[in-house]
Design a protein around this ligand. Structure first.
Ligand code: FES
Length: 116
C-alpha cells in the first residue's frame, strides 16, 4: 500500500491538448520543481523537466516539449527523443536513459494532482 503524503493541484486534463505537453514551475516546501505533463488521449504522464544528458530543462519556450510529429518529447538543446509512455530516450546523446517519472493522481477523472 502506498502512502500519499501530500498533493498539489496542477490543472485539468482538458487544459492539455491531445499529444501535447504543458510545463509547470511549482514550489513545494521551498523546493522548486520543474515538470511537464504530457497527454495521449485519456492517458497523462508527469515527468521532471530535466534532460538526462546535461541536467537542464527540456524546453526553451513555454510548453514546447514535443517533436514536430507530436510522437515524442524532444529536448530543445541537442534533440534527444523520449517516449511519451515511459520517458525512455530512444535517440540522441542520452539514448537508453530515462526522464524521471513523477506520481500523478487523477481526481474526478479530470483533475490532475502531483503527489509528493
Ligand atoms: S541537453 Fe538534452 S539532449 Fe543535450
Amino acid at each position: 500500500m502506498s502512502l500519499c503524503l501530500s498533493r498539489h493541484f496542477l490543472c485539468f486534463k482538458q487544459d492539455i491538448p491531445n499529444y501535447q505537453a504543458r510545463g509547470f514551475n511549482i514550489e513545494i516546501n521551498q523546493d522548486k520543481i520543474e515538470l511537464l505533463l504530457v497527454r495521449q488521449d485519456a492517458r497523462v504522464q508527469a515527468y521532471k523537466n530535466h534532460c538526462p544528458h546535461l541536467g537542464i530543462p527540456l524546453n526553451w519556450q513555454p510548453d514546447e516539449f514535443m517533436s514536430l510529429e507530436g510522437s515524442h518529447i524532444q529536448c530543445s538543446t541537442h534533440g534527444a527523443l523520449f517516449s511519451l509512455e515511459d520517458g525512455h530516450c530512444i535517440a540522441g546523446p542520452c539514448t537508453g536513459q530515462n526522464l524521471t517519472t513523477l506520481a500523478l493522481e487523477r481526481r474526478d477523472d479530470n483533475e490532475l494532482w502531483l503527489q509528493f
